[in-house]
Design a protein around this ligand. Structure first.
Ligand code: ADP
Length: 647
């Protein structure tokens, strides 16, 4: 892939688009989540409000029913009282008439008996009503339902709650008005073993110290009243769908009213079918807690597939000890909230649209800005690239010029050194001729001068040869290929064998070298070893026997692995100040005392650099030097086997 300003701009744009898309996605998701939460909480609030209104509504229904039923109860009690009073007033009038007629003719006792017997047969209230007459001292004079008690004192008679009945009657008769109503309990007419609530009205008949009274069992009246009340409740419907109605349970655990299942009426909990039983149990439990709301599923037609949740308010009717339950299907009430839900949904939809629009505008703006920045980047990069291109071209031109001058110089050095050898060879040849033919005619000085000329020519030949070699390293070297470092080192040592023997040098060769394959030009690597070991031999210390070690280590840079060789001697050593200088061409530290041209290390450096390695040294003057160089590693398997002939 070609990297240019257009690609960078495209990458910039793509990066911006990806970041913006990711941000928009995250923001969009977050906003939608928030809107959802808002919707959920609003819709919950709405549902809660609905529920509260529904509850309020059911409570109102309960209040209405309770109010009406209570009114019915109390009002009817009044009617009952009026009826009794009317009867007693008639009896009183009768007694008064008798007394008026008989007074003075008969004794009070006889008149009393007359009155008692006149009242004894009288019955009313469907035959259940009768009169009783008692003395104001508590003696029973007339009690048609238990004549055997007549004549005895009932003053200490108590009802099953411990109230003194007779005393209550006397107390009412002895009020200033001489009359009054009394509530107590008395043997029930149809169940003489138990007592029931009774209301009586008594009136004092002062002339004879009597009280005349009559009573009604509340129970009888209430039974009729309750039937009326239930009839009224049965038809009572409420709610938008008129599907709300009342359930009534009696204190003794019977179903009194069940408008949706009249067949349940009169049954006890245990006799009800499962759905009715579950509902009744829930309602009764709530009633025991003092009333409140319950919810259950109910099927209006008894089909279990048609059940729907119902909200029911449980209340109590104190006088009759009824449990009242006002219930309505929740769906009927929720219909009113459905519109609000729809409005809420509409507003949420609006919010989502707005969010999407805002995000879309944001994306457009971000992409526009991204595009603008990308364009700007591209322009800047183009300018920068043009600048680099110009400099590269300039550099290329300079490099080409440098290479040209280098080649020219090498060419010059080569040609010069090559061509210089020709006249040098003639000089040497003629000097040999002169020596041979005219040598005897020269005096001692002449012969010395002649030997100087021969040495000069020889040295010059060495110099020219070295220069020639140096100039050929790069251009005329062999190709670089995998080779054995040990083989090159071996060749070098063979070439130096005489010097090694003469100096008595001890050589230590790292055995690992045998396995080291390098990428190299064999002849040049051999020369490298030869120059370095040759120097170690040459610049030895006269003070100690010479030891030369050749070591191997591994190293690598960012790109590849190298073998690091070192040639380590215990010779004269080199001043650190000369470390750089000795690698320069014709640079010598020892000049005349030692043979040499000062080109050996320059050749080494050039060889190592041609191979992509490094050459450096470490030395302590008087102790020895260590020359290091690196060469790229090769695989031993790639090294061609030795051909046997000279390389
Ligand atoms: P030459 O040996 O022909 O003088 P070189 O380029 O091989 O040229 O060496 C340059 C100089 O570096 C030498 O003249 C010598 O002074 C110094 N030198 C090289 N190798 C060693 C060594 N092993 N110990 C001490 N000095 C050295």
């Amino acid at each position: 892939m070609k990297i240019n300003e257009a690609l960078i701009a495209r990458l910039h744009m793509a990066g911006t688009a990806i970041i913006v898309a990711a941000l928009v996605l995250v923001m969009g998701l977050l906003s939608i989540r928030q809107i959802r939460q808002e919707y959920d909480s609003s819709s919950q609030a709405l549902q809660l409000r609905d529920l509260q209104r529904h509850q309020e509504f059911l409570r109102e229904q309960m209040t209405v029913a309770q109010g009406f039923l209570t009114h019915m109860r109390t009002h009817t009690e009044q009617v009952l009282k009026d009826q009794i009073r009317e009867q007693v007033d008639e009896a009183y009038a009768m007694a008064a008439a008798l007394y008026a007629r008989e007074h003075g003719h008969r004794s009070d006792a006889a008149i009393r008996a007359l009155i008692v017997e006149a009242l004894r047969p009288l019955r009313f209230f469907n035959g259940k009503g009768y009169f009783f007459v008692d003395g104001l001292d508590g003696r029973c004079l007339l009690l048609p339902i238990a004549p055997e008690r007549e004549g005895s004192s009932l003053l200490l008679n108590r009802d099953d709650k411990g109230a003194l009945i007779m005393q209550g009657l006397i107390k009412a008769a002895e009020t200033p008005a001489g009359q009054g109503f009394v509530r107590y309990r008395w043997y029930a007419p149809n169940d003489p073993a138990h007592m029931a609530d009774k209301i009586s009205y008594v009136r004092a008949f002062a002339p004879l110290h009597l009280l005349i009274g009559s009573g009604q069992y509340v129970q009888d009246v209430e039974a009729a009243l309750q039937r009326q009340a239930l009839d009224w409740l049965r038809t009572y419907r409420f709610g938008t769908q008129r599907r709300g109605y009342f359930l009534v349970y009696s204190a003794d655990g019977r179903v009194l009213l069940s408008p949706s299942r009249p067949s349940h009426e009169g049954l006890r909990l245990s006799a009800l079918p499962p759905d009715g039983r579950a509902a009744m149990r829930l309602i009764e439990e709530q009633a025991d807690k003092g009333g409140g709301f319950v919810r259950y599923d109910w099927s209006a037609d008894g089909n279990p597939a048609h059940t729907a949740p119902k909200l029911v308010y449980v209340g109590h009717l104190p006088g009759w000890n009824w449990t009242l339950a006002a219930g309505e299907y929740m769906e009927d009430f929720q219909q009113t909230g459905a519109e609000q839900q729809a409005a809420l949904q509409e507003s949420i939809r609006g919010k989502i649209h707005l969010t999407v629009m805002v995000l879309a505008v944001g994306v457009a703006v971000a992409l526009l800005l991204g595009w603008w920045f990308a364009t700007l980047t591209r322009q800047l990069l183009a300018r920068y690239q043009a600048d680099i291109d110009r400099r590269t071209r300039e550099l290329g031109r300079k490099t080409a010029a440098l290479e040209q001058s280098n080649t020219d110089l090498e060419q010059f050095a080569y040609v010069a050194s090559h061509d210089l050898r020709e006249p040098l060879r003639s000089i040497s040849a003629y000097i040999t001729l002169i020596e041979r033919q005219y040598g005897q005619s020269f005096d001692a000085d002449g012969r010395l001068f002649l030997s100087f000329v021969r040495d000069g020519a020889k040295r010059m030949d060495r110099l020219v040869l070295d220069l020639l070699q140096f100039s050929r390293i790069d251009r005329l070297g062999d190709p670089i290929r995998p080779m054995s470092a040990a083989a090159a080192l071996d060749e070098a040592l063979q070439a130096l064998a005489v010097a090694i023997t003469e100096t008595g040098a001890v050589l230590e060769l790292d055995p690992a070298i045998a396995q080291a394959a390098v990428l190299g030009d064999f002849a040049q690597i051999e020369r490298l070893f030869q120059n370095l070991i040759g120097n170690a031999l040459k610049y030895r210390s006269p003070e100690r026997p010479l030891r030369i070690a050749v070591t191997l280590a591994e190293t690598r840079d960012d790109e590849r692995a190298y073998w690091e060789f070192s040639v380590h001697d215990n010779g004269q050593g080199i001043e650190p100040a000369s470390f750089e200088r000795i690698f320069g061409i014709f640079q010598r530290l020892h000049s005349r005392d030692y043979e040499g041209t000062g080109i050996g290390l320059a050749v080494c450096k050039r060889i190592v650099e041609r191979h992509g390695g490094r050459l450096w040294l470490d030395s302590t003057p008087g102790q020895g030097s260590r020359f290091y160089f690196t060469l790229p590693q090769a695989e031993m398997k790639d090294v061609p086997p030795p051909s046997g002939g000279p390389i």
